[in-house]
Design a protein around this ligand. Structure first.
Ligand SMILES: [Zn+2]
Length: 114
């Protein structure tokens, strides 16, 4: 389950921030996860509990914000929503595009601590 590795690096970053701010507790962590990032929110939640156990972030609330996938069509100069796969077809002109502009996010967007 590679979500554990992903969560380990996210929590590392959180704990580094917490130390910098001399925080005693981390209350809430918000992650932005793209639809194409290839991670399961349920597995991330499980990994979160495991990885934060015994740290300043233990018991913190984990919020996962999912970011829908969008690709760009150079012909129409517009972005369009995509589901899955690797090559996407523009709904307007049907041309194929592999130019993903959104949906691969895997980022820490917010940390609340005190
Ligand atoms: Zn198009």
């Amino acid at each position: 389950m590679h979500e554990v590795g992903i969560m380990e690096s996210a929590i590392d970053a959180v704990l580094r921030q917490a130390r910098t701010h001399e925080a005693r507790r981390v209350h809430r962590i918000v992650l932005r996860i793209g639809a194409l990032a290839g991670v399961e929110p349920d597995s991330l939640r499980f990994a979160f509990d495991v990885v934060t156990n015994g740290t300043l972030a233990a018991g913190a609330e984990l919020e996962i914000v999912s970011v829908p996938a969008r690709a760009h069509c150079a012909t129409c100069a517009e972005d369009f929503a995509v589901d899955s796969g690797f090559i996407y077809s523009c709904p307007r002109c049907r041309r194929l595009s592999g130019d993903i502009r959104q949906g691969r996010e895997l980022e820490l967007s917010r940390i609340e601590m005190s």
